[in-house]
Design a protein around this ligand. Structure first.
Ligand code: FAD
Ligand code: DLZ
Ligand code: SF4
Length: 511
């Protein structure tokens, strides 16, 4: 006799958490957990091959572990001809076939998917329950309450302090441990040649992952990025290993070299945990707890641990709050009226600008680049060259294995491009070649001269930077944080300003 189904509980590819809100009151005998690999999600952008392997393999391992724990799971594979192409069709099919009393969902990470969920709630004859995603520490409502209606510029630092108070992380009563909220001043050092980051453990793909690699290789051969070698954690157990490894071996120097870049090593002392947290294999609270325990045990200094905790309970939560507060209009903002097409070298990594060749090359190889590569090399270039924000957003959404719109969009539009007009950034993160030179070893083997401002061999970031200030002079005039570069520009003689405009135009022409 077929088992009757009380509730269908759909679990999305980035909801791989045993504590997920929609799993909490699951009746193991009568409820059905549904997971589906669907072409719509696999192709709404042409994801990096490693991101596809990561998501599908983690989904398959999660389903296997749920089954082993006694849950009834219906898993629809992409390579099964009966699997529908979209989440809409999946939900219709399982409701038709299993006739549940209700559908239980956890709110998704993207506005586009929330609209689907809301349509189901509206259109279906059975009850559709959408639960808050409480894997985040601040709910959407918490953020909205904090941000208020009228607050024009949202500042992460103040939100972060609220989160410190709320979580009690690194707090001494109502005071921050060590007396300061923020130790960022100690976290901006370039990395000397003599410092050798710890070697990361590697692992071999198991049978499930090998099968997924084969499927992605066959069906997504033209997508961006290297498929192999693939050794990312795809289970809860492996994710915990990665967390323990980071805390034991890299956290100590995470803060000091957080902004540094080195050719051939995108990881340095970074956590490489964003994708695992975003997909649900690690909980942000447990990640912070581990880091704080290392501080309390004397294994990691305060500047590292505070810096790390700030990224998670500060930036990560803040960025998500901004996304839901500002959507749907946020995706189409273009405050600086940038219209240039994304250059081809974003796909090939073939450019003489070594910083971009390295950062895009790392991205293509690993579906990963660290924050400063994303912000101050790739994002900065797009800002200075006036690349169309929609094209930049799409690129960032597809190339990184931690990318979902809730986190990618505010980072790109708000932080890197200032396309949102300053919802949370106090000024555009624009920088000349000098910044990249200071924080990396890229310039040493570059075809361009980082010290030269104009001329054929001059670092393009230099003329582009001053040209950006010139072109956006009126827009930036009222921003006190831009007063210094604007004043410096005024001091250049007209011939120099003319040369800058010509050099920038000549370079932009080559794109
Ligand atoms: P670490 O440098 O070791 O940081 C620790 C953790 O802090 C990360 O794992 C992450 O969970 C969190 N974190 C740090 N900064 C941010 C931030 N700005 N926003 C959200 N979380 C943060 N992060 C994504 O997860 N997905 C994205 O699609 C994404 N796109 C980005 C696009 C741009 C233009 C920029 C500037 C940043 C983007 N980030 C994104 C944020 C950040 O670059 C990555 O979280 C980080 O590089 C991931 O590597 P890691 O785990 O080694 O991080
Ligand atoms: C990223 C992704 C991919 C590639 N494929 C699937 C899928 O086939 N099925 C699924 O449920 N989820 C997938 N995901 C994750 C979703 O895109 C993600 O849940 C939404 O973007 C909401 O954040
Ligand atoms: Fe990048 Fe300019 Fe340095 Fe070359 S010289 S690596 S283009 S910053």
């Amino acid at each position: 006799m077929p088992v009757s189904t009380k509730a269908v509980r759909l679990i999305l590819g980035d909801q791989l958490s045993r504590g997920l809100a929609s799993l909490r009151d699951c009746d193991q005998e009568n409820d059905l957990l549904v997971m589906a690999e669907v072409m719509e999600e696999a192709s709404y952008v042409r994801h990096h091959k490693k991101k596809l392997v990561f998501v599908f393999s983690a989904m398959r391992h999660f389903a296997r572990d749920l089954e082993a724990a006694g849950y009834r799971v219906r898993y629809l594979r992409l390579d099964d001809p009966d699997t529908p192409g979209s989440l809409d069709e999946v939900i219709s099919k399982v409701v038709r076939e299993h006739r549940p009393e209700r559908v239980v969902l956890t709110e998704p990470g993207e506005y586009r998917v929330l609209q689907k969920f809301e349509d189901w709630r509206e259109d279906m004859e059975i009850s559709v329950v959408i639960r808050e995603d409480d894997r985040f520490i601040a709910s959407r409502q918490d953020f909205a309450d904090w941000a208020g209606d009228g607050r024009k510029n949202l500042r992460m630092e103040f939100f972060y302090r609220e989160m410190r108070r709320r979580t009690g992380y690194l707090m001494d009563g109502d005071k921050p441990v060590g007396g300061s909220w923020n130790y960022d001043a100690a976290n901006r050092k370039p990395i000397p040649k003599s410092v050798v980051p710890p070697e990361r453990p590697t692992s071999r793909p198991d049978e499930i992952t090998r099968e997924v690699i084969e499927m992605v290789g066959a069906r997504f051969a033209d997508n961006f990025g290297d498929l192999e070698p693939f050794d990312y954690p795809v289970t809860r157990r492996a994710a915990l290993h990665a967390l323990h490894w980071f805390v034991a071996h890299a956290l100590e120097d995470f803060g000091t070299y957080q902004d540094a870049m080195r050719e051939g090593d995108p990881l340095l002392f970074h956590a490489h945990l964003s994708a695992l947290i975003n997909i649900g294999l690690l909980d942000p609270r447990e990640v912070c707890d581990r880091a704080i325990a290392a501080y309390e045990d004397g294994a990691a200094p305060l500047n590292a641990v505070e810096g790390f905790v700030r990224q998670i309970i500060g930036w990560r939560e803040f960025i998500r709050g901004v996304y839901w507060r500002e959507m749907p209009g946020y995706a189409t903002r273009n405050a600086l009226e940038a219209r240039r097409a994304l250059p081809d070298f974003f796909w090939t990594a073939e450019t003489e600008m070594n910083c971009l060749a390295q950062s895009i090359g790392d991205t293509r190889a690993h579906a990963y680049a660290h924050h400063i590569q994303r912000l101050m090399v790739i994002g900065n270039f797009c800002l200075l060259a006036g690349i169309d924000p929609r094209q930049v957003q799409e690129w960032f959404l597809l190339v990184y294995h931690d990318a979902y719109e809730w986190v990618e969009l505010p980072n790109v539009s708000g932080m890197a491009l200032y396309a949102d007009g300053g919802v949370f950034a106090s000024k555009p993160y624009a920088a000349s070649g000098a910044y990249i030179h200071r924080m990396s070893d890229y310039c040493g083997s570059c075809a361009y001269d980082v010290k030269a401002r104009t001329g054929e061999k001059a670092c393009p970031f230099n003329a582009l930077y001053w040209n950006f200030i010139e072109v956006n002079r009126d827009r930036l005039a009222s921003n006190t944080r831009m007063a210094m570069p604007l004043k410096t520009l005024e001091r250049f003689d007209p011939g120099e300003r003319d040369e800058i405009a010509k050099s920038a135009a000549a370079f932009l022409e080559t794109l």
